[in-house]
Ligand binder design. Structure first.
Ligand code: NAD
Ligand code: UFG
Length: 339
């Protein structure tokens, strides 16, 4: 029988791609989202891609009553928790908001899961938990030292999960630390639709290419990297969500706590990404060199070997595909999702 997977934040960027792949893989996703950073139109698009309209329950993971109603009304086999806030700058100006949405929200969710005896949990963590260890190739043993409140909120949830598993080893938990998710579903029907001015490089580049913004600011060209600009391990969102499917398979083998980095193992500089995007889109991406952005590390990427060993997963899609799929989404939806 098809397993019911609760996808919190399932109308968001990564969550919507996850929901598509879950449906295509024979699961029944149930979305729980408060639409604080997404739009209901995503559901039409998921239906267009898969032929299935996923069940949506509107609510907030910090609301215990809403979650209890959800678990009472639906039999849930596992939970993937994407719900949360992710803007580094905002986490510095409003830390309570981040600790509430991310940490408190996840604790409430875990408490309700426990109450209903659902103990399979996949958590969206981030490479930001590592901070700057003084080298560039991170693995899962790299010390955890987040340098902003967003990263700290992810580290705090990870700690909660480690303590929970220690006390109650009948849980099956996967902590997945994402590097830099980019790209979109190949249909161009779903993709990243940031609110306001994008914080991150790829959505900014694609908005410049589509004419929504005049130029890109390149934050620093004096880093000790091959061309002086920052280097990151960009990972296609479809590869990323496929890693979650592998994690679900592994978790179904029995209680365990897995902690795995999800990235490609390669790195791309800002200037390299601009070039690749120009090629994929046929559009010029004007840019100007600006001072470094506070808190940025010059370069980092993951050593992807543990993901291969533990999950049997490696990223398949290259930078050209990431740019092509981002452009397909952006050019078909220059204003993002309709209201
Ligand atoms: P997103 O903002 O597009 O999606 C998050 C979704 O959760 C949105 O639909 C939002 O409406 C919903 N949501 C937020 N708070 C909620 C709450 N309290 N209750 C119910 N729903 C709520 O973000 P995303 O890029 O899809 O990221 C998903 C997860 O992955 C986040 O936890 C994020 O921190 C993590 N992550 C993202 C990146 C990235 O670069 N995109 C990198 C590392 C980790
Ligand atoms: N950059 C620019 N101009 C921009 C935006 C970014 O030059 O307008 C540069 C940055 O300086 C950096 C690179 O592009 O060198 C990538 O920056 P992003 O903001 O796209 O990504 P980060 O690696 O800084 O951080 C992102 C998310 C974090 C997440 C982290 C790891 O913002 O939340 O990836 O997953 F935790």
């Amino acid at each position: 029988m098809s397993q019911n997977i609760l996808v919190t934040g399932g109308t968001g960027y990564i969550g919507s791609h996850m929901v598509v792949r879950l449906i295509e893989s024979g699961y029944t996703p149930i979305i729980f989202d408060n639409f604080s950073n997404s739009k209901p139109a995503v559901l039409d698009r998921i239906e267009q891609i898969t032929g299935v309209r996923p069940l949506l329950v509107k609510g907030d993971i910090r609301n215990e009553q809403e979650l209890e109603n959800l678990f009472r009304n639906h039999q849930i086999d596992a939970v993937i928790n994407f719900a949360g806030k992710k803007a580094v700058g905002e986490s510095e100006t409003d830390p309570l908001l981040y600790f509430s949405y991310n940490v408190e929200g996840t604790i409430v969710l875990l408490r309700v899961m426990k109450k209903f005896n659902v103990k399979k949990f996949v958590f969206s963590s981030s490479a930001t938990v590592y901070g700057d260890p003084g080298y560039d190739e991170f693995n899962e043993e790299t010390p955890l030292a987040p340098i902003n409140n967003y990263g700290l909120s992810k580290w705090m949830i990870e700690e909660v999960l480690r303590k929970l598993y220690k006390a109650e080893p009948d849980w099956s938990i996967a902590i997945l630390r994402y590097f830099n998710p980019v790209g979109a579903h190949e249909s161009g029907l779903i993709g990243e639709d940031p609110n306001g001015i994008p914080n991150n490089l790829m959505p900014f580049i694609s908005q410049v290419a589509v004419g929504k913004r005049a130029h890109l600011n390149v934050f620093g060209n004096d880093y000790p990297t091959r061309d002086g600009t920052g280097c990151r391990d960009y990972i296609h969102v479809m590869d990323l969500v496929e890693g979650h499917l592998n994690a679900l398979d592994v978790l179904s083998k029995g209680p365990q706590l897995l902690t795995v980095n999800l990235g490609t193992g390669g790195s791309t500089s800002v200037l390299e990404l601009i070039k690749a995007f120009e090629k994929a889109s046929g559009k010029k991406v004007p840019y100007q060199i600006c001072p470094r952005r506070a808190g940025d590390k010059a370069a980092y990427w993951t050593n992807p070997s543990l993901a291969k060993t533990l999950l049997g997963w490696t990223a398949k899609r290259d930078i050209e595909t990431m740019c092509k799929d981002t452009w397909n989404w952006q050019s078909k939806n220059p204003q993002g999702y309709p209201d």
